[in-house]
Design a protein around this ligand. Structure first.
Ligand code: IVH
Length: 684
């Protein structure tokens, strides 16, 4: 059997029951090879050669074969990328050779002296340097034997780190096998795990919404996540890796760093695109300048450049001193911090109603950008740092992360300003505020001007009420022109109103008008989600709709009763009660009703429940849902979840390590779904 999964994509596979163990072994190897190859094309070359669906088919087939032939399971299989079971603690791991760190400075003169030292000690007139960005992430070692991932560890103290293999495997840019091209019998590589800035913002947004403490910067976020004990919580996070040094190698020799950096990507080890060669201090300086302005355009954080001697023989002759090689130097960028004075502390109201204290500063230049405001995060942080008006403070700016007041330097003047306190009313709309965790929120969820655009956009979004054509741009215009303030106002708009908006002609205006009018009948679950009650996501909305069936029933339910709902904890229950108790919210709901919006009770909608009459059985562990959540999803869409397979079962949904139900289902000829297919079905 000669199967080339890299190019020849079979859409049907041989019946796995008919495979001999040898054939299965061969196919498993070919699949792993192909999957990692396509991974490499996708992540390293940025040139995917097959569709996501074709990739998924390969992945699914590999999963199935590994299940059917457990002896073929392997720690370096791509199936491990979805996350192994949680650990109790991270094991200590001795590095294959010490992981060095770099001599570093911000001072140009020191870099000049480094260059002079290199010339003096090598006795060479001209030397070649490689210049690279200095990544602000987390240093790791990864070991490959015969091209296969063995383990990966954090730097730790340079001698011993922590085993984070399972977490690293979930990162798409970490190859589990090197691409076959004169790979060494052994290689240990040094690289940096980092989080994209975009990913960082998203993660913090989610954390704030959940009432969790946001990460201070992408580096902390990456470091926190990569050391989690549960690899499933690492999988899917916006982490990536870049490789920059060999720690130890056997079975292959390089003569220069540049040669190494050219080889790395061919093996699938991603390197940075900004690496360059240069031969003088002048050129280093140019590179330093170039990167220090480029850094804000990059989607990852860098805090300097690294200058390295290219020639390995020269490197070896120079050696190391106190854990740092003599042949390299990090030239750091000027600090992104400055000292200034707090002129005032104001409260900013975000789009979800969150109240954030912000320091208004005496304007100060931080790394070329004038800063006049910086976040203080929340009340606890202000207290902890004890920041008051008039204080001298240190502010930092990291990339395009919002500037932040990190500490108080001293308090000038004799009379201290009053201790900061959060307002009792929303500074934007004057409604009351309430506290949840460390954060305060405005109570006028549906009518506070600060929240208007965000809330209306959410209400109209596809998974909520789904008003086609009502995106952020249009909502912004409507709000700015005072045409809408709350979701209820949408239903008062006429075709003529839309015609006053930029970019709207007759056809579009009519279309949007119709879309709004036809959104007047709304299924309860979608409506609940659309209201944007804190902590009520799609799933919770479905569970609640299923239990209470009508808006009135939920409205009148006590907190204790809501709390008893499966998957709804006290925090969510409190939030829901709270929402319906705010008179501002009640007013908007009342207006919606008057405008003709009808929230459909769940029974009235059952005809439209796509899974009505279908019976589901689950086996194995799903990645994204607990068993309970998956069953609720099915029920919310009208289906039934039962515990054992019978002739009446319509679908068996399989997760990791499925049990005997899989056999039963096959016996009955029941349709078997993997998690992805199951999700597709939920979307229908
Ligand atoms: S080379 C021989 N190259 O900076 C020293 N390190 O202070 C091995 N770093 O632990 C490191 N970007 O985490 C090297 N292009 C780069 C780097 C880099 C960031 C980090 C790395 C290292 C620390 C040294």
């Amino acid at each position: 059997m000669e199967i080339d999964f890299k190019r020849n994509l079979l859409s049907t596979f041989q019946d796995k029951e008919k495979l001999t163990p040898e054939e299965a072994h061969e196919e498993v190897e070919a699949l792993r090879d192909a999957i990692e190859y396509h991974n490499y094309l996708y992540y390293v070359k940025n040139q995917p050669a097959i569709s996501d669906a074709a990739y998924d088919r390969l992945f699914q087939r590999l999963r199935e074969l590994e299940e059917a032939f457990p002896e073929l399971q392997s720690a370096a299989s791509p199936t491990r990328r979805v996350g192994a079971p949680p650990l109790e603690k991270l094991r200590k791991m001795k590095h294959t050779a010490p992981m060095l760190s770099l001599n570093a400075s911000r001072d140009e003169e020191e870099v000049k002296r480094f260059d002079e030292f290199i010339h003096r000690s090598t006795g060479m007139q001209k030397v070649i340097y490689v210049v690279e960005p200095k990544f602000d992430g987390l240093s790791v070692e990864i070991v490959y034997k015969d091209g296969v991932f063995q383990y990966g560890a954090t730097r730790g103290d340079g001698e011993t780190g922590e085993d984070i293999s399972e977490n690293l495997k979930t990162i798409g840019t970490v190859p589990l096998r090197l691409q076959k091209d004169d790979i060494p019998s052994f290689i240990s590589v040094h690289g940096e795990v980092f989080m994209s800035k975009k990913g960082f913002f998203q993660i913090n947004k989610d954390r704030i919404e959940k009432g969790e403490k946001p990460f201070a910067n992408p580096r902390n976020a990456a470091a926190g996540i990569v050391r989690l004990l549960d690899p499933k919580k690492v999988a899917g996070k916006p982490l990536s890796i870049v490789f920059y040094e060999i720690i130890r190698i056997e079975g292959k020799k390089f003569t220069s760093h540049w040669e190494t950096l050219k080889k790395f990507p061919q093996w699938g080890l991603r390197t940075d695109l900004h690496n360059e060669r240069c031969t003088s201090f002048k050129e280093m300086k140019k590179y330093h300048e170039k990167l220090s302005s480029l850094r804000y355009d990059l989607d990852y954080e860098i805090d300097g450049i690294v200058v390295k001697l290219d020639d390995y023989k020269l490197r070896a002759a120079l050696g190391t001193r106190q854990r740092s090689p003599r042949w390299a130097f990090a030239w750091k960028f000027p600090p992104q911090e400055e000292i200034t004075t707090v002129e005032d502390i104001v409260i900013q109201v975000g789009r979800t109603g969150i109240l954030t204290p912000v320091a208004l500063l005496q304007p100060v230049d931080v790394g070329g950008v004038t800063i006049s405001r910086a976040t203080l995060h929340n009340e606890e942080e202000v207290f902890r740092k004890d920041i008051r008006v008039g204080d001298t403070v240190k502010v930092v700016r990291a990339g395009d992360v919002i500037p932040e007041v990190i500490e108080r330097i001293e308090r000038t003047g004799k009379r201290k300003a009053e201790r900061f306190s959060m307002p009792e009313k929303c500074p934007v709309c004057g409604s009351g505020v309430y506290k949840e965790g460390a954060y305060y929120f405005c109570t006028a969820d549906l009518s506070c001007p600060a929240q208007q655009v965000g809330r209306i956009v959410h209400y109209a979004s596809r998974r909520a009420v789904n008003i086609d054509g009502l995106g952020e741009k249009t909502v912004k215009q409507l709000v700015e022109k005072d045409m809408v303030h709350t979701i209820a106002d949408l239903y008062r708009l006429s075709v003529e109103d839309f015609l006053t908006l930029e970019g709207f002609a007759e056809k579009l205006a009519k279309k949007l008008y119709r879309a709004i009018q036809s959104s007047k009948k709304i299924r309860l679950d979608r409506f609940l989600f659309a209201l944007g009650v804190h902590h009520v996501g799609e799933h919770v909305a479905q569970v609640l709709a299923q239990k209470y069936r009508s808006l009135n029933a939920l409205w009148n339910a006590s907190q204790e009763d809501v709390e008893k709902t499966e998957g709804v904890g006290p925090e969510i229950a409190r939030s829901i009660r709270h929402f319906f108790e705010q008179k501002e919210n009640v007013r908007v709901l009342e207006q919606l009703r008057k405008a003709g919006v009808e929230v459909l009770d769940m029974p009235a909608f059952e005809k439209g429940l796509p899974l009505k009459g279908k019976t589901f059985v689950f086996t194995g562990t799903l990645e994204k849902y607990t068993r309970d959540e998956a069953e609720r999803k099915v029920e919310a869409l009208g289906g039934e979840a039962v515990s054992s397979v019978s002739g009446k079962t319509d679908f068996l949904v399989t997760g990791e390590n499925p049990g005997s139900k899989l056999k039963d289902a096959r016996k009955h000829g029941i349709k078997i779904l993997d998690e992805k297919e199951f999700e597709e079905l939920l979307k229908k």
